[in-house]
Design a protein around this ligand. Sequence first.
Ligand code: HEM
Length: 547
Amino acid sequence: MVICCAAVNCSNRQGKGEKRAVSFHRFPLKDSKRLLQWLKAVQRDNWTPTKYSFLCSEHFTKDSFSRRLEDQHRLLKPTAVPSIFHLAEKRGVTGHGSTRRKERNKAPGAVKGRAGASLSSNEDPAAKLEPKKPKQVTGREAASARADLECLGPAQGQASLERPLGDSGAAARPGTQCEADALDEQEEKSSMSVDDFSPPGSGPCRFIGSLHSYSFSSRHSRERPPAPKEPGDRKRPRRDVEPSASSSSPGPDKGSAHSPPSSSLTATPQKSSPSPSAPPADVTPQPAAEAVPSAMSINEVILSASGACRLIDSLHSYCFSSRPSKSQVCCLREQVEKKNGELKSLRQRVSRSDSQLRKLREKLDELQRASSPHLNGLLLPSSEPPTMNPVLEPLSWMLGTWLSDPPGAGTFPTLQPFQYLEEVHISHVGQPMLNFSFNAFHPDTKKPMHRECGFIRLQPDTNKVAFVSAQNTGLVEVEEGEVNGHELSIASHSIARISFAKEPHVEQITRKFRLNSEGKLEQTVSMATSTQPMTQHLHITYRKVTP
Ligand code: HEM
């Protein structure tokens, strides 16, 4: 890879200054802020850096570099901005690198000079060239274009099409200063994409148009003789790089893409690319001094132009073929925008519903307050829960909502064993008592079964507990007992029932509540009826579902 420095009046190129260990560094194309700083420092008019534009290390202060630990290679710091330039020297119309090119144009067979003179600008095709108006560029623009393109030898041009740029430098020049470039590339994470060769909008067309203008100008400047078949052309070593468009090349003129005669202008569509979005080509004029060892004949030059023209056509066809995908992208973008719009309106609707809901709640609260103005404190849950009466402390472990887990087990000598589900609420409202409700359900049908509710009181300053319960079976009972730690044991003190209560009547009841080591609440109920002695009727374990 031959790399030139893009700085005005700097003739450093890779290979030339090896002894001075000059390194070359890509423009930070992906870091717009830094790129502006670089461009300001470089002070090149009407010039846009490309991926193939480099600055050599001589434009950076020493502290712009760091050393890679493993091999001590010089690395440009990611914040580095060039500051050392010799702008006052020959800053003529041709601008950057004019001396260098003059020298090259003097070289024998300097076809490059002619080609370059009419070659349209290679300034960033995305940014500068107009579609359908291939403009004849100024000498300065052409020089700028050549300056970058000349720096890429044919091998590099080909390599750059065949693999990501990050690979190319390191692969081509292992162990050389160019590894620093490769590292720079990695730092910028630049990999080749369609955009590299097909800039947004009509950039590619404009670029190709500019190539056409080169081609036409070559043709019209001379009378075109009959195209001779010169087999020797192909054998000419290193003068030309055969266009490598294969049968899978996107261009319609595949045959012609294969057979242009030698040319110092090398248009190289990418080798059979598996992807339809693969970049079409790079255009890489070769340095005349290196690539053209002997003068070319007029015929050769014209044939070159003709070959280039056909390749340019194939580039055009690539360009057209990429348009549908662009329109697809546009279409997708429209869809995304549409969906975003829908999402926005949905969000607005949700937020409207939220505010309506809030208003309805407020209205309901108002109605409730109006209907029972004296019970608000009990009926309406205030935002803060009531403070628990300290008397309840010994029973506080019973507080909460509990769900049977697993289902409760019912037994009695006169009954078939059964299972049931139960939901338990034990709460307080700041008074010195617990409120409870036990609601049993059939495990399969979920139908309500046994229900009871009541209060649990503690005699102040004792562990004596009274349990008062009303059951849906028509039983009303009082049980008393003691709380010890996390265990409450009570037994029936008095039992009353409705006159038509079902028989056999319960005559004695004992219960035990305990909080087990897993934090679960357990209840065991035993009873004696008019027909059966004290026997266990229920055993159930609950897990807590709320505080
Ligand atoms: C302390 C509370 C309870 C008492 C005092 C109580 C009392 C009784 C009595 C006296 C019987 C009649 C026994 C017999 O026929 O020999 C009975 C039956 C029964 N109990 Fe309970 N029971 C209580 C809680 C529950 C609970 C929580 C369930 C759960 C679903 C339940 C389910 C049943 C069933 C399914 C029967 C048999 C059918 C029936 O007679 O309705 N009991 N219970």
